[in-house]
Design a binder for this molecule. Structure first.
Ligand SMILES: Cc1cc2nc3c(=O)[nH]c(=O)nc-3n(C[C@H](O)[C@H](O)[C@H](O)COP(=O)(O)OP(=O)(O)OC[C@H]3O[C@@H](n4cnc5c(N)ncnc54)[C@H](O)[C@@H]3O)c2cc1C
Length: 260
């Protein structure tokens, strides 16, 4: 009745509601739905058909190309890995990102190797990984992880327009700490100049999701070995005030009550 991706995502959602309530604070991430829109790129297709490059091969039933599911993963994460090749040498660099509409924005020092090369239009591969649990099977071979991940391919485009640059920077801040952008000093002209922002349109993208218990070989279910899942959660600690921060300044709610 439903496409397999939708069924998989519904299953994921229900499993997470039971296994990982802290991870599954989708409500808190709903703000992402009202993301700032840049020009006309806010049209989001319902699904991106896989290409030869993005079709998940192994465990292909875990592959998802549904945009809503992909966006939910992207909006829950905040660190991506940007892969690119320079003179035959692949580099995979971790960095912050934000999804806005149908693009991923990432940024860094204009002088960094990643930004210098990506901005010249070289092909990049951006990966986002959410780790949801260790899966302990009865055999070592069948141990696994529960995860949600996204791989996006394409050419990153350097963002020139100052308003789009500023809006992307705002998205980086607001997606992680809603309210922080207005509290903190805004970037000045010099800081804006020193920051390169790149946009990767979400045109060739896949997600892969593993959920649920271990999958053992039939005879192994008889083994007297504990099997199951150890859920993993990203848990924020209590905020630590900077020594130089005036004690009269109250801790903002987005820091004091930070949740993911
Ligand atoms: C936390 C974590 C741990 C993992 N551990 C292992 C492991 O130990 N061993 C192992 O073999 N695999 C592991 N995987 C799965 C791994 O990411 C690949 O899916 C796997 O190597 C199979 O790739 P493939 O040969 O099917 O596809 P490839 O030919 O490598 O990829 C083809 C296309 O499929 C899509 N794709 C492939 N994998 C993913 C993905 N994870 N997310 C989104 N799109 C994807 C991409 O668009 C890619 O271009 C893990 C994944 C995660 C997130």
């Amino acid at each position: 009745m439903f496409p397999r991706g939708v069924v998989a995502y519904l299953k994921l959602f229900l499993t997470h509601a039971a296994l990982a309530p802290a991870i599954n604070q989708m409500g808190g991430r709903e703000a992402a739905g009202s993301a700032p829109c840049f020009s006309m790129r806010c049209f989001v297709p319902e699904a991106i058909p896989p290409t030869e490059r993005t079709r998940v091969v192994r465990e292909s039933h875990r592959g998802i190309y549904d945009r809503e599911a992909i966006d939910k993963i992207l909006d829950e994460g905040f660190v991506c890995h940007v892969g690119f090749s320079v003179a035959g040498q692949p580099y995979v660099i971790p960095t912050l990102y934000a999804r806005v509409g149908d693009a991923i924005y990432f940024h860094g020092s204009a002088a960094s190797r990643m930004l210098r090369n990506s901005s010249q239009g070289i092909p990049v591969c951006i990966t986002v990984t959410l780790t949801d649990g260790f899966v302990l099977a009865r055999s070592v071979f069948n141990h696994s992880m529960n995860y949600r991940s996204v791989v996006a391919l394409g050419k990153a485009i350097l963002v020139d327009a100052p308003e789009e640059k500023l809006e992307a920077l705002r998205a980086f801040t607001e997606r992680i700490l809603t309210g922080r952008w207005n509290d903190a000093r805004q970037p000045n002209e010099k800081e804006l100049k020193a920051t390169s922002i790149l946009r990767l349109p979400l045109t060739e993208v896949s997600a892969k999701i593993r959920i649920g218990p271990p999958e053992d070989d039939a005879p192994d279910y008889e083994l007297p070995v504990w099997a199951g899942v150890i859920p993993l959660h990203l848990t924020p600690g209590a905020p630590i005030r900077d020594e130089k921060c005036d004690p009269a300044i109250p801790t903002p709610a987005y820091a004091a009550q930070y949740k993911r």
